[in-house]
Each structure stands twice: as structure tokens, then as C-alpha cells.
Design a protein around this ligand. Structure first.
Ligand code: HEM
Length: 155
């Protein structure tokens, strides 16, 4: 690989891994925060945590996912892998499924949660927080599987 190509590859891979770490880290933080909310339901601390989770959901996940995707595409175009490589198309599928889940399901959950909190409906809030926990677990599992695919690169 020519020195310039490998420098570009290294830079893309650095960006790729840093954005993947951010996405995974934010997801892990989200699960810890949800568990804490379940323990301190109805308190000011729960309210503050739910606001922070909404912020992460809207401000951290989307740019991190887009950067992972763009840097991944850059790595393929730069010659680090082919579109036919299983880890690449499963990686693409994983990103798209995860973004769709986060956007459609996560977004709707966010809105319902904001309405339930505003109405002071603690029972509904507790139910929605449980669903958020399950969504977070699924998302993190998808990311974990993709990272394993990216490291082992099966076929
Ligand atoms: C959530 C999604 C993704 C995560 C968490 C992720 C994570 C990673 C990680 C950790 C590596 C480094 C593996 C290693 O060097 O051992 C890697 C490499 C790579 N990723 Fe991804 N990736 C994701 C999505 C994608 C997508 C969508 C593409 C393609 C469009 C892609 C293309 C690549 C390529 C080509 C490499 C190998 C780079 C090289 O060694 O030169 N990744 N990815």
C-alpha cells in the first residue's frame, strides 16, 4: 500500500474506531442511566437523568453513527476491504438497522416519555423506561456483534 494511501487508511480507521467507541460508550452509559432512573423513579435525579439521556439520544448517537458509516465507506473505497466482504455488508446492515431503531423507536419513546413526565404519570413513565432499557440492550448487542465482525473479519 503506497505511504499516502496507508496514511489515509490509518486516519480513516482512527476516525472509524473513535466514532464506534463514542457510539458504544454512549450506549453503555445509557443503560447505566436507565437502571439508575428505575431506582430513583419520580425524583429530581430521575428527571435530570432522563433529560441527559434524551440529549445523548439526539446529539451523540446520530453523529457517531454517521461518522462510523462514512469512515467505514471511506475505508472500503480506500481499499481496506471490498463491498462483497461479509463484515462490510453486515456492518452496513447493522448501522442502518441500529439507526432506524434509534430514530423510529427511540424517537417515539422519547416523545411518549416527555409527555408522560409532563403529565406526572409515574406508572406510564416506569413502563416507558423499561422499554427504553430493552431498546438500549438490543442496540448495544448489535454494536457488540459488529465490532466482533470488524475485528475477526470472517470471509
Ligand atoms: C456500528 C458499526 C461499526 C463498528 C462498531 C465498526 C468498528 C470497527 C472496528 C473496531 C474496526 C477495527 C478492527 C481491527 O482493526 O481489528 C473496524 C474496521 C473496519 N471497518 Fe468497521 N465498524 C462499523 C461499521 C462499518 C461499516 C458500515 C463499514 C463499511 C461501510 C466498515 C468498514 C470497516 C473496514 C473496511 C475496516 C477494516 C479497516 C482496516 O483494517 O484497514 N465498518 N470497524
Amino acid at each position: 500500500m503506497a505511504p499516502s494511501v496507508s496514511r489515509v487508511r490509518d486516519l480513516l480507521l482512527l476516525l472509524h474506531i473513535l466514532s464506534a467507541m463514542t457510539w458504544f460508550g454512549a450506549g453503555a452509559w445509557g443503560l447505566i442511566a436507565v437502571r439508575r432512573v428505575q431506582r430513583v423513579q419520580g425524583t429530581e435525579e430521575a428527571d435530570i437523568l432522563l433529560q441527559k439521556m434524551e440529549l445523548v439520544e439526539n446529539r451523540v448517537f446520530p453523529p457517531a453513527a454517521i461518522l462510523v458509516l462514512l469512515s467505514g465507506v471511506g475505508l472500503v473505497l480506500n481499499g481496506s476491504a471490498g463491498w462483497g466482504d461479509m463484515f462490510v455488508y453486515l456492518g452496513m446492515t447493522g448501522v442502518i438497522v441500529s439507526m432506524a431503531l434509534g430514530g423510529a423507536v427511540g424517537g417515539r419513546l422519547n416523545r411518549e416519555l416527555a409527555d408522560a413526565r409532563e403529565a406526572g404519570d409515574t406508572v406510564k413513565t416506569a413502563g416507558l423506561v423499561n422499554r427504553w432499557l430493552n431498546l438500549g440492550r438490543i442496540e448495544l448487542l448489535i454494536l457488540l456483534v459488529i465490532v466482533a465482525l470488524m475485528v475477526y473479519k470472517p470471509l
